[in-house]
Design a protein around this ligand. Sequence first.
Ligand code: SF4
Ligand code: SF4
Length: 135
Amino acid sequence: MSNLTEERLTPDCSKCHALCCVALEFDWPHYKKPPGEPCKNLTEDFKCSIFDRLEEEGCSECRSHNCYGAGQSIAQAVEGATGCSWRDGAHIKNVEFSEYLKLFADIHEKLTGRPAPRKEKAPREAVSEQPATST
Ligand code: SF4
Ligand code: SF4
């Protein structure tokens, strides 16, 4: 894999408005939410209010979640073109999340040969940088 490809496939949460924390469905024993609903721990400024204690709160999957760069790619494309984020209206939200989910599923399937998990937050694989959703 070239450095450029690797860079594109590496999540950069600083260029994304927490798409994984909203677009994905969570079906955890302690917390369930439908796709498109912001996680209860997401703050108004797109930070995670429990980032320092994800494991204690039973959200360790958030630490290892890997969107393969789909989050920042779609956020940059949609928000760059419209000047709005998913918080600004249903029309942006629908486009941003559906494109994010499609791209995430495509990359996941190409890289792993398996369909992306649909029922819960997809496991992250070592994301070295603290996501934009951290406090
Ligand atoms: S891991 Fe989540 S917050 Fe980070 S770039 Fe991907 S979708 Fe966005
Ligand atoms: S990183 Fe925080 S805000 Fe995002 S889904 Fe996990 S617990 Fe929720």
